[in-house]
Design a protein around this ligand. Structure first.
Ligand code: PXP
Length: 250
């Protein structure tokens, strides 16, 4: 789907509503309520990352999201036997495999697909056979993109964190080089038959060049929008993001 003027899908990541809830061990704020609000405000899908340490999303949140969402759930997880079993039990619309380190604050880099392709293929195949759209979260590195296609992933989600961090740090030459890497990566992935998504660290200031990449069909955005929602409410915060995405496409 190379659709430069097509509407880009917006997936909302609700992990950090759960982060706030878990800070007090309370039942609120409820990430499932946030997910439903995001749906009502026009989200095309909801992303939730069940981490090994359960620092934000909990198993029960996944149960409730699967039962209550109207839009597709993108279940984000590490490639482990535990997560594979959970994913196969729920069979969400999509599974996004990500690298996970216990000590990291957030998903720091992309998956190492090229070196581990045999091992990762053992996770991709059963998920695909169960009807899940399998996505691999990777850096825009040709080796990783080619390996993702080789092991049968349907989607690659290109990691935009470095691009967004370089922008925030005012390192514009390096930022522009990173954008070029993302653009070439998106084109390569598309040419190999992969659906291309992008996400991580996206803000109002960084969304447009990412949304303008014609091969990209979905953005997944969480932390910034959940933060904005504290001040403006989630629907309002989302509407500006949607407008910027549409402007970039138009
Ligand atoms: N996509 C993936 C694969 C992620 O791991 C994350 C962070 O959980 C996001 C998108 C969203 O990133 P952010 O919360 O920085 O918007």
């Amino acid at each position: 789907m190379n659709n430069p003027t097509g509407k880009l899908r917006l997936g909302i990541n609700i992990d950090h509503v759960a982060t706030v809830r878990n800070a007090r061990g309370s039942a609120y704020p409820d990430p499932v309520r946030a997910a439903k609000l995001a749906e009502e405000a026009g989200a095309d899908g909801i992303t939730a990352h069940l981490r090994e340490d359960r620092r934000h999303i909990l198993d029960d949140d996944i149960e409730r999201l699967v039962a209550e969402l109207k839009t597709p759930l993108n279940f984000e997880c590490a490639a482990t036997d535990e997560m594979l079993a959970i994913a196969l039990r729920h069979k969400p619309h999509a599974v996004c495999l990500v690298p996970e380190k216990r000590e990291e604050l957030t998903t720091e880099g992309g998956l190492e697909v090229a070196r581990q392709d045999n091992k990762l293929a053992e996770y991709v195949a059963p998920l695909r056979d169960a009807g899940c759209r399998v996505s691999l979260f990777i850096a825009a590195d040709p080796k990783q993109i080619e390996a993702s296609a080789r092991i049968g992933a349907a989607v690659v989600e290109l990691h935009t964190g470095a691009y967004c961090d370089l922008h925030a740090a005012g390192r514009f030459d390096e930022r522009d080089a990173e954008l070029e890497r993302l653009q070439k990566g998106a084109a390569l992935a598309h040419s190999l038959g992969l659906e291309v998504h992008a996400g991580h660290g996206i803000t109002y200031d960084t969304v447009k060049p990412i949304a303008a990449m014609p091969e990209v069909v979905e953005l997944n955005i969480g932390h910034f929008l959940i933060g904005e929602a504290i001040f403006r409410g989630l629907p309002d915060a989302m509407s500006d993001m949607r407008r910027l995405m549409d402007e970039a496409r138009g």
